[in-house]
Write a protein of this length. Structure first.
Length: 327
């Protein structure tokens, strides 16, 4: 088995990351909203059917569907177009495109509101929900494609970090129009960039990415206030030692991001990271999807358990899309 993190010249980062998202999503979906205590008594170690949505084994949810919808737009156009991304989201919600079983499942309220608003008024700047209730994890869960795209653009000096963050915030705000949720997506971008181009083990790359993100956001007083919600990421070595009882795995964006990072830095393989993420309970599919994108990028597609890939819904279609990437 070839580990892509040691073979960067031949890797397909789209395949690594997107399949990492999809498999984590599908592993966690059947136990979504089960408590940590329930999962401690009967932990998830392998994939099984999703009775919650009357769906077969390997079904993935809105996390992957919206990730794929964004990726398809960026790949087709060769650049980021928020209007086109929202049109794909509309096709997902209303026409069941980009879905595992050809139906829209598990859509979050905030995403639904943003997509419906856009369908009715076509305005990318006002469609997203605002206020504290816009701080769910629904924009963070799908931010991998724009993070990979802009990591490449910045590396090749075709875009600045400022331009990248501006678009990343805009795409978050399509549904989650609060600075705290936007900053989560921005920090994720910095982590993606470091995993793709940095050196060292996973914790080292994540810390370097977080440090770069904090340096960027600390320049502004407005962002500095919201950035403080992510202070756990200032020292990942200390954060890794935090007992599981102090890790919250809710749909609140800060909790979800912390749970995903904690799972990654307390594991040494893709499989272990996903099992840790899912067995935290509560918003299991989304936390595993958030962690899965980063784990997939670091460990590589070949590190994803074949028995999980074998049962993944629309595996061939997903892989074909990733292999078609031109940017």
């Amino acid at each position: 088995m070839t580990n892509n993190k040691n073979n960067k010249n031949s890797r397909n980062v789209w395949l690594d990351g997107i399949m990492g998202v999809a498999v984590g999503d599908a592993l966690g979906l059947p136990v979504q909203f089960e408590s940590r205590e329930e999962l401690r008594a009967d932990p998830v170690t392998e994939m099984f059917p999703c009775d919650l949505f009357f769906s077969p084994i390997g079904t993935w949810s809105d996390d992957t569907a919206m990730t794929i919808a964004m990726f398809e737009s960026i790949n087709r156009l060769g650049h980021v177009d928020a209007d086109d991304i929202m049109q794909n989201f509309v096709r997902w919600q209303y026409e069941n495109e980009f879905s595992a079983n050809d139906r829209c499942i598990d859509e979050g309220i905030t995403c639904s509101i943003g997509i419906t608003n856009y369908k009715e008024n076509g305005d990318i700047y006002t469609c997203g929900r605002t206020g504290e209730h816009a701080n769910g994890n629904g924009s963070l869960m799908r931010t991998l494609p724009i993070s990979i795209y802009y990591s490449k653009q910045v590396k090749e000096e075709k875009a600045t970090i400022e331009e990248a963050i501006k678009d990343i915030h805009l795409v978050s705000a399509l549904t989650h129009n609060h600075l705290r949720a936007c900053i989560a997506c921005g920090l994720y971008f910095f982590c993606v960039s470091e995993i793709m181009y940095g050196k060292g083990d996973l914790m080292t790359r994540l810390q370097t990415g977080m440090d770069a993100g904090f340096s960027f956001y600390e320049k502004s007083e407005e962002t500095r206030v919201e950035l403080s919600y992510y202070d756990a990421f200032l020292n990942l070595e200390d954060f890794a030692k935090r007992p599981v009882e102090q890790i919250r795995s809710t749909g609140y964006v800060v909790d979800s991001f912390e749970a995903a990072i904690w799972s990654l830095i307390n594991a040494d393989s893709y499989r272990d990271a996903m099992i840790k993420a899912v067995n935290l309970g509560d918003d299991t599919d989304t936390i595993a999807a958030i962690a899965g994108g980063l784990a997939g990028l670091y460990y590589g597609y070949d590190a994803i358990p074949e028995e999980w890939l074998t049962v993944l819904r629309k595996r061939e279609w997903l892989e074909q899309m990733c292999n078609s990437a031109t940017s």
